[in-house]
Design a protein around this ligand. Structure first.
Ligand code: IPE
Ligand code: IPE
Ligand code: MG
Length: 236
């Protein structure tokens, strides 16, 4: 039997890496790399609907990124705030629905309320499901899901009856399909605590291109590559 080819991926997840090296390679401060990275994000979000993508999930800030110098963290938070200011109306008009994956309590209050406003404003939209992983860690995601289940056990549920689906529903991505395709830019071949549970059977695609240089053409190339693969999910 001829191999079945994939349809386009419904859910694409991206580790947007390489901003700092992109800037350093040009003798610029790292913060300018993050600024250029925001421009890339703008064009990638825009390109998704034409490529048949229903869910786009991007890694914006990890639970480990707090280890960075304070000034870099501040620059990142400021840029995210500017991104929402400049993009929200446009995204909303295009029917994009924004959601956040991660624990945003530790995020500075001004950005947090902006983010919450963006989520509330776009929650009824039926276009691209755009998830931003912000103070997100795959292990923390699984931990908070386990904690949610443990509370149910305290209310009398029997843990022996739980299935993988019960845990899956408690993840930040609870009502979303798993990523079909996970892209990492910047050349490193690792997951860096991104969607650990959700990536179990995702196809991986990496490029040495730094995120600020990543264009919709690169994305289309990744999708074309994906479409030529055979996913087996453990079968034959
Ligand atoms: C990704 O770019 C953006 C964030 C992690 C917030 P980096 O800042 O990690 O860039 P490199 O990997 O140092 O080049
Ligand atoms: C992953 O990139 C996190 C984001 C892109 C937000 P990192 O640059 O933090 O990952 P490591 O440290 O190289 O693994
Ligand atoms: Mg990096």
């Amino acid at each position: 039997m001829k191999d079945e080819k994939q349809g386009n991926p419904r859910h694409v997840a991206i580790i947007m890496d390489g901003n700092g090296r992109w800037a350093q390679a040009q003798g610029l401060p790292r913060a300018l790399g993050h600024k250029a990275g925001m421009e890339s994000l703008r064009s990638i979000v825009e390109a998704c609907p034409d490529l048949g993508i229903e869910y786009l999930t991007v890694y914006a800030f990890s639970t480990e990124n707090w280890k960075r110098p304070r000034l870099e963290i501040e620059a990142l938070m400021r840029l995210m705030s500017e991104y929402i200011d400049s993009e929200l109306d446009r995204l909303n008009r295009k029917g994009v629905s924004i959601r956040i994956l991660g624990d945003i309590q530790p995020i500075p209050a001004a950005l947090r309320s902006k983010v919450e406003g963006a989520v509330a404003m776009t929650s009824g939209n039926q276009g691209l499901r755009f998830s931003i992983a912000l103070n997100y860690g795959g292990r923390q995601d699984i931990l908070q899901a386990a904690q949610a289940l443990a509370k149910r056990a305290l209310h009398g549920e029997d843990p022996d009856r739980w299935t993988e689906e019960d845990l899956q529903k408690c993840l930040y991505t609870g009502d979303m399909p798993d990523p079909d395709l996970m892209i990492r830019t910047g050349g490193d071949l690792r997951i860096s605590n991104f969607l650990l549970w959700q990536l179990a059977y995702s196809e991986l695609w990496t490029t040495s291109t730094y995120w600020p240089d990543f264009t919709p053409e690169h994305l289309a190339g990744a999708i074309q590559d994906y479409c030529g693969r055979q996913r087996r999910f453990g079968g034959i």
